[in-house]
Design a protein around this ligand. Structure first.
Ligand SMILES: Cc1cc2nc3c(=O)[nH]c(=O)nc-3n(C[C@H](O)[C@H](O)[C@H](O)COP(=O)(O)OP(=O)(O)OC[C@H]3O[C@@H](n4cnc5c(N)ncnc54)[C@H](O)[C@@H]3O)c2cc1C
Length: 456
């Protein structure tokens, strides 16, 4: 079976590639191969009742399937070059921002209208942060919420399903360069195409590494972000979240000079498990619908770890630490801040005495047995720094869940068109190591489609 373009992966990168390709040239024969399920079949079996923790499904419905890792996310589209990826290094800052706005317009047309666009422009919090040695990054944030994000995906699928051939539950095994294009091999069949767009996300990182090795595409990898998810009563951060929704705040620790940052803030949200290659870590999300909101706000505190030669396996380092928490807690461990600073584990009894109700059913334990001292010290320092702009952050009952790991795919060698040394073979989205967010991944999809059509 021959296609003009094959897209591997139906996350935001793949979806927006397919959208733009079919919009610019409806005659193109486009196929999308996705390892996970179609959207309506994506269900995580953890119900907190019969199934309490990850049972390692063959295809993880949180990370895989139509919508990719973003399908049940909070749907926060950060329109900024300050974080979320380095797409601007390849295509320029203005074009990157224009594309993120273009994606936002599409999301609004496909079900997101009425959702709020927050902005840090002109906020008084910038001053408050700097007065306390904290640094608020600039961004506009469209918060779709998990519910509206899902509706947008449903509508995009309805738009695309008659224009593109979707192969769900069909992981691609290999990509081989052939005369005039590429052969894409799956378990039961092989397909060929003139151009191939690879957008396999974080869950496809090992696969991507293998393909790059087989095709001799160079890569580099030296970063992993490690930390915890913090959960506290929504009132503690409400002055910030009401105005900004999400605030990305960076702090340089006095002890080591490491940078610690807030990440993925979810006002009135829930903490959830995340499964990467069988390792259970923690994440968070929240709903736009007030009926589904909780009384807590959660966000991650992450420390970036950059390694130098000869160590190359930064993700392996992150995995080993996450495995430790899985070994001790059977999954994610939670600990009260008060217990952590007193050097004792949280127990079910101590949790029972807490004024906070956790939104994730995790195992009470001791994060100091899991996280390296340097990282934990940085997190504790930042909690005290945040307490100055949001008093209550350092309360005893503040919950820390661990570990949260942001794995970075190794960065693949692509040019300014996001094309590899192989003509017509593009690598985009989080799988390329260039993007780490919904807006950047989606923008890279639109960009590559325009390049393929010759209209970038
Ligand atoms: C719980 C959670 C919450 C998040 N919240 C936010 C947020 O609020 N804002 C934000 O900006 N980002 C958020 N993120 C990150 C965001 O989801 C990703 O940055 C984004 O989805 C990346 O898009 P992508 O298309 O590059 O890859 P992905 O969305 O990861 O999609 C890749 C797809 O490729 C498929 N695939 C992999 N290998 C193969 C193969 N060999 N063959 C076929 N298919 C394959 C996968 O199954 C997957 O569906 C969140 C992530 C998680 C897990």
């Amino acid at each position: 079976m021959k296609y003009d373009v094959i897209i591997i992966g139906a996350g935001p990168g793949g979806i927006f590639s397919a959208y733009e390709l079919t919009k610019l040239n409806p005659a193109l024969k486009v196929a999308v191969f996705e390892a996970g399920h179609s959207l309506e079949k994506r269900h995580c079996p953890i119900d907190g009742d019969k199934i309490k923790s990850c049972i390692h499904c063959k295809s993880c419905s949180i990370m895989s399937g139509f919508g990719g890792a973003g399908a049940f996310s909070d749907g926060k589209y950060n329109i900024t070059n300050d974080f979320g990826g380095t797409l601007y290094e390849y295509i320029g800052k203005k074009q990157a921002l224009d594309l993120m706005h273009y994606v936002d317009d599409i999301n609004m047309r496909y079900g997101g209208e009425g959702t709020k666009l927050y902005s840090t422009a002109g906020t008084k919090f910038k001053k408050l942060c700097i007065q306390n040695d904290l640094h608020l990054l600039d961004a506009s944030v469209r918060h779709l919420g998990t519910d509206i994000n899902y509706i947008v995906l449903e509508n995009l699928y309805t738009e695309l399903k008659d224009k593109v051939t979707f192969f769900f539950d069909t992981p691609v095994e290999t990509v081989v360069s052939i005369e005039g294009g590429y052969e894409v091999k799956c378990a039961d069949a092989a397909y060929s195409c003139e151009k191939c767009v690879i957008s396999v996300g974080r869950i496809g990182s090992k696969w991507m590494e293998r393909v790059c090795k087989e095709m001799n595409i160079s890569t580099k990898s030296n970063r992993v972000d490690l930390g915890v998810r913090v959960e506290l009563p929504a009132e503690v951060f409400s002055h910030l979240t009401d105005e900004l929704y999400e605030s990305k705040i960076v702090y340089r620790t006095q002890k080591y000079g490491d940078l610690v940052r807030t990440f993925c803030m979810n006002p009135k949200g829930a903490v959830v498990n995340e499964n990467t290659n069988g390792i259970v870590t923690v994440n968070g999300h929240s709903y736009e619908d007030p009926a589904k909101q909780t009384e807590n706000t959660n966000f991650a505190l992450l420390v970036s770890k950059h390694f130098s030669e000869p160590f190359k396996d930064s993700n392996g380092y992150g995995e080993s630490i996450a495995r430790l928490s899985n070994m001790l807690g059977g999954g994610v461990i939670m600990q009260r801040f008060g217990d952590l600073i007193r050097g004792r584990r949280s127990t079910p009894n101590r949790m029972g005495d807490s004024f906070m109700t956790p939104t994730l059913n995790a195992t009470p334990g001791d994060l100091s047995l899991v996280l390296p001292k340097r990282i934990l010290d940085g997190i504790i320092e930042m909690i005290y720094a945040l307490d100055k702009i949001a008093p209550g952050t350092a309360n005893d009952d503040t919950l820390l869940y661990g570990v949260e790991v942001k794995f970075y795919n190794m960065e693949v060698a692509v040019d300014e068109k996001l094309e590899t040394a192989y003509e017509g073979l593009y690598i985009i989205g989080d799988g390329s190591g260039i993007t780490h967010s919904l807006s950047h991944a989606s923008a890279s999809g639109v960009y590559v489609a325009r390049n393929i059509i010759g209209r970038a």
